[in-house]
Design a protein around this ligand. Structure first.
Ligand code: TMP
Ligand code: MG
Length: 238
């Protein structure tokens, strides 16, 4: 293989309830990394600019109605349509700071009562993050922050359910599917939070081949398992 492996970027996901402060932490982190001379981009899901994203946006703004399973699959499709571009960026050395990812997909839909394994299934094979940072805030406190807008899920009662489902995911699987998980207390000092995130971003920006990282990460997972890792496990146990 020689020295051909280029340094890849890190895939860093921020998760949390609506109004947990993800978006501002994401942009602060990107600015910080850029200031350090690293290539970094801010991404977000849903990406409302695509055709699928426009369907999602219409649903969220109550301009359209969709069956719970249907909207779940659209959120997932919205990540799938960006997968290859994400991979290209990461391989070319750009770190992606992503505002919501699969964990939002599973937490929000399972909070509606959909089966959690059914919710996880379409996420199989998406890129596994190096880090998920969960911005921990109580639903009440989030609701107080400038209030919610008019979007479909921005209601205290529902956000309370989402928080419970994030917790289920956190306890049951995050630790086995990502290299690192950190909790950030969203009420704490923003500068301290940024310092923690920045340190972790650096740690992951160390040039592992993306493929190897996926396999490693996905291979350990009981969920969100790629077909490839499954085949590998099957081969190892036979
Ligand atoms: P946003 O406020 O970050 O733009 O996200 C819009 C809403 O969509 C938010 O309430 C979280 C929800 N959501 C899902 O239900 N499933 C998903 O897969 C994603 C990415 C977001
Ligand atoms: Mg929102």
């Amino acid at each position: 293989e020689g020295n051909k492996k280029e340094s890849r970027g890190a895939l860093i996901v921020l998760e949390g309830l609506d109004r947990s402060g993800k978006s501002s932490q994401c942009s602060r982190l990107v600015s910080y990394l850029e200031g350090e001379g690293l290539s970094a981009e801010l991404w977000r899901f849903p990406d409302r600019t695509t055709n699928v994203g426009q369907m999602i946006s219409a649903y969220l703004t109550n301009a359209s109605q969709l069956d719970d399973h249907t909207i779940h699959l659209l959120f997932s499709a919205n990540r799938w349509e960006k997968r290859s571009l994400m991979e290209t960026k990461l391989k070319s050395g750009t770190t992606l700071i992503v505002d919501r990812y699969s964990y939002s997909g599973v937490a929000f839909s399972s909070a509606k009562g959909l089966d959690i394994d059914w919710c996880k299934a379409p996420e199989n094979g998406l890129l596994a993050p190096d880090l998920v940072a969960y911005l921990d805030i109580s639903p009440d406190k989030a609701a107080e922050r400038g209030g919610y807008g008019d979007e479909r899920y921005e209601k205290l009662e529902f956000q309370q359910k989402v928080a419970e489902h994030y917790k289920v995911l956190h306890d049951a699987s995050w630790k086995s599917i990502v290299h690192d998980v950190i909790d950030i207390n969203s009420g704490d000092n923003d500068d301290d939070n940024l310092a923690v995130l920045a340190e972790i971003a650096h740690k992951h920006d160390k040039g592992k081949a993306l493929e190897a990282v996926h396999e490693d990460v996905l291979g350990k997972a009981g969920v969100l398992t790629s077909a490839r890792a499954r085949r590998k496990r099957a081969a190892a146990s036979s």
